[in-house]
Design a protein around this ligand. Structure first.
Ligand SMILES: [Fe+2]
Length: 326
């Protein structure tokens, strides 16, 4: 076992900023997806296109109101388009691009003004399994909705299935600057690039795919009201309600018609101690759910979270071979 226990970067180098949005592809008719996410509590955003994609914003908060938080595009398969992270300035975008280019990271596009929903200036790179990460600044923002409604604010984390958890963990920590918050045995690793306990987590699996995407509510009360809203719409969780040990967050996992698992969550543990020491949690019901309500993960949750192999991903390639070095 070779579990990385990094406590994070200490340098003043430019860092990835907050998670902005997730772009997904689906084979499901988009009107079915739109109906589900309207009940979920998201607000449609005009995509200005041909009807081949739909996008939604969250309520946002005063210091974090992305133009949109999730976008679904009609495609030939269910999979990840990209995950977008903010950067503090064009200079930070350029500096991250320069640093990663020099590290042999696969760069998918050079920094430029983006002709994409919400605009901005940024570039795309790929992780060792081919997932596209976008680094973007100066995207349009949404006006935050006045707090108070029990609706999702934004996406707080994405959990990804990987065939090589140690390799992906090493890349996200050593190259991208994430810090390890906790492990769940040698099965899941929780990585942060801000104060939220995890922004990205990896789950060891037979193939690469999206495991789930977590939408944050402003309080546990809003979380419970959202579970109730979904119940009124005829949809119960695949797993939950409960409160996870790692991350301490309330959870309820659902199956959407697009082929993904969205999670309602709240009260995510905040970590701002430079000396944080990761813990290895046991995979037992009492640590998976501190409320002792949820029981072990249901078969339906496990199946939906496994997803199908993402054709946009490939077997891990890292570190780069000497011939790939710039
Ligand atoms: Fe989660």
């Amino acid at each position: 076992m070779n579990m990385i226990m990094s406590t994070g970067h200490t340098s003043n180098e430019p860092r990835l900023g907050r998670l902005q949005h997730v772009a997904l592809t689906t084979t499901t008719p988009l009107d079915e997806v739109a109906e589900f996410y309207a009940n979920w509590g998201l607000t449609p955003v005009a995509t200005g296109g041909s009807g081949s994609s739909i996008a939604f914003r969250g309520q946002g908060s005063l210091n974090h109101a992305p133009h949109h938080i999730v976008r679904f595009s009609a495609g030939e398969h269910v999979g990840l388009g990209h995950i977008a992270f903010g950067a503090s300035s064009r200079g930070a975008v350029d500096a991250l691009h320069q640093r990663w280019s020099g590290s042999g990271v696969q760069i998918r596009s050079e920094p430029a003004q983006l002709d994409a929903l919400g605009g901005g200036y940024g570039f795309d790179m790929a992780d060792p399994e081919g997932r596209v990460l976008r680094v973007v600044t100066e995207m349009e923002t949404a006006d935050p909705v006045p707090a108070g409604a029990p609706l999702p604010l934004a996406i707080t984390h994405v959990v990804l299935n990987t065939v090589d958890i140690d390799l992906l963990c090493a890349f996200y920590v050593n190259v991208l600057g994430f810090a390890v918050s906790d492990w769940s045995e040698h099965q899941m690793v929780f990585l942060r690039n801000g104060t939220d306990h995890h922004t990205i987590a990896f789950n060891q699996a037979p193939h690469a795919s999206v495991n789930h995407i977590a939408y944050e509510l402003g309080s546990v009360d809003h979380f419970l009201q959202s579970v109730g809203r979904m119940k009124s719409a005829g949809t119960d969780p695949l797993w939950g309600i409960g409160r996870h040990g790692p991350g301490n967050n309330a959870f309820a996992y659902y199956g959407d018609p697009a082929g993904f698992v969205p999670e309602l969550t709240a009260d995510v543990q905040q970590i701002d101690e430079p000396g944080w020491i990761p813990r290895v949690w046991q995979r037992i019901p009492s640590q998976s759910d501190l409320w002792h309500l949820a029981g072990p993960p249901s078969a339906a949750f496990r199946a939906a979270g496994a997803g199908s192999p993402d054709p946009n991903c490939h077997p891990p390639r890292w570190p780069p071979s000497p011939s790939n070095q710039p």
